[in-house]
Write a protein of this length. Structure first.
Ligand code: PEP
Ligand code: CO
Length: 461
């Protein structure tokens, strides 16, 4: 199937950071005070960029490598970052677990792991219903801290443009810490290995995890014997990138400027931004906005994605077929991935277009627990990852990596894992403002199990 003629026309229409405003838009808040909104937009527009275009370009090159099987992507973080969680500990714990996981995955895949946080800007959420009802009271839904408040009061639920400014400053604070950690002891491979050994000690039951960590320890000792010093830049430092869903377009537009080196527009709010499953209409505002910024971008691909629609999106968003520009994030659900992904993968492959495929095993596996809390079962999450890699292996194509909703904290939001969390445990530390996240231990277990599976059956290169 070919992309529609319409998509070629869209890709040739003049673009500016504000052309999205004349397109139909979904999931957008209505601000009562337009003057207040415009004042915030004008201030944001003058504030310093959060990231550099050159960093976004470097990430694009890394993602292009992943599309060829020469790198593996680990993207992870909260479903919704909250202003309440703006603390050093929350950021540090998640960063650390992502690095611990990436060491295991690099060992298993034998390629560099590209680390991208759903961090420093993941504040806006698409919702399935515009309102929420509790005890007969109906209020606008919560749309993420950058838009309105979580509290169930009419006042909190009113979209407030000042929240965009708070979001910007919080993103800057988180990013500052991430940048420091990526250059400091937190990123030292020897330290990461020691944390992993500690983790394995706590999870005594699983000898295979210890075996893997012993092998990593041996590799580090071997490198040291060969003269690679523990404090060498290669072992001590890492690259870490930020990402979020580009949902709140007034915010994204305000941070979009021409990069003085290349003369191109970049969205300077994060290195990587993606379009969600609910806002990927080819004629819609979100696609229009992302068409013109040069960042690497993601597109969520779900059970309702049609082949012709997907090919149109690739034409609109990447008419020159630039490598690393597009990452497709499959989120089918463990029961459907083996059936729904192959035709899409095949069609994209046959179109000859370059994309990087990631597996999001979270969003197709959400269920409601007996106590009405939203949850996800560890086994479903892992099964979708395995199904995803099976599909790629059968097709003889390289799979790019995984995209997780997780935290380094010891929350109780997803069931299962070696802690054997059940529905009854969920209320103990159910802290998410949106979707349930894997906790630190469950995330590490995903990494160990996946590393083990990928060592047994390596990825296609
Ligand atoms: C998300 O990643 O938090 C999300 C809302 O995903 P999706 O758009 O795939 O439903
Ligand atoms: Co989510």
């Amino acid at each position: 199937m070919h992309p529609s003629v319409g998509s070629q026309a869209i890709s040739q229409t003049p673009w500016s950071p504000s052309t999205w405003r004349s397109r139909p838009i979904r999931q957008a808040p209505t601000y009562a005070d337009q003057a207040a909104l415009e004042a915030v937009e004008a201030r944001l527009h003058r504030y310093p960029p959060l990231v550099f275009a050159s960093e976004a370009e470097r990430l694009k090159a890394r993602l292009a490598a992943a599309s060829r099987g020469e790198a593996f992507v680990l993207q992870g973080g909260a479903c919704a970052e909250s202003f309440r969680d703006f603390t050093g500990d929350v950021v540090q714990d998640t960063f650390r677990v992502l690095l611990q996981m990436s060491a295991l995955l690099a060992f298993a895949t034998k390629v560099p792991v590209v680390k991208i946080g759903r961090m420093a800007g993941q504040y806006a959420k698409p919702r399935s219903s515009p309102t929420e009802k509790r005890d007969g009271v109906e209020l606008p839904c919560y749309r993420g801290d950058v838009i309105n408040g979580y509290e169930f009061t009419a006042e909190a639920r009113e979209p407030d443009p000042k929240r965009m400014e708070i979001g910007y400053f919080q993103a800057a604070g988180v990013l500052n810490l991430l940048r420091a950690m990526a250059r400091g002891e937190e990123a030292n491979l020897h330290a990461i290995h020691r944390w992993n050994v500690d983790f394995v000690e706590r999870l005594r039951k699983i000898p295979r995890y210890r075996e893997l960590e012993d092998q990593i320890g041996d590799s580090l000792t071997f490198m040291q014997a060969c003269g690679v010093r523990a404090d060498s830049a290669q072992l001590r430092e890492t690259e870490f990138y930020t990402s979020h869903e580009a949902l709140l377009l007034p915010y994204e537009e305000a941070l979009t400027r021409i990069d003085s080196t290349t003369g191109e527009y970049y969205d300077h709010s994060a290195h990587f931004i993606w379009i969600g499953d609910r806002t990927r209409q080819p004629e819609g505002a979100h696609v229009e906005f992302l068409r013109g910024v040069r960042n690497p971008i993601g597109i969520k691909v779900g059970p309702t994605t049609r082949i012709d629609e997907l090919l149109s999106l690739l034409e609109i968003l990447n008419p020159q077929d630039e490598a690393g520009r597009i990452t497709l994030i499959s989120r089918m659900g463990s029961k459907k991935v083996r059936e729904l992904l192959p035709p899409l993968l095949d069609a994209v492959h046959k179109s000859g277009r370059c994309v990087t495929w990631l597996c999001d095993p979270m969003h197709g596996n959400t269920t409601t627990a007996s106590n009405k809390l939203k949850t996800r079962a560890f086994d479903d999450v892992f099964d979708e990852i395995i199904g995803f890699f099976e599909v790629f292996r059968k097709a003889g194509l390289p799979a790019g990596g995984i995209h997780l909703e997780m935290t380094g904290r010891d929350v109780t939001e997803c069931t299962g894992g070696s802690q054997c969390l059940t529905d009854d445990n969920l209320p103990e530390r159910y802290e998410t403002f949106c979707d349930p996240r894997l906790n630190g231990e469950q995330s590490m277990e995903i990494a160990f199990k996946l590393a083990d599976a990928l060592i047994k059956t390596p990825l296609v290169k």
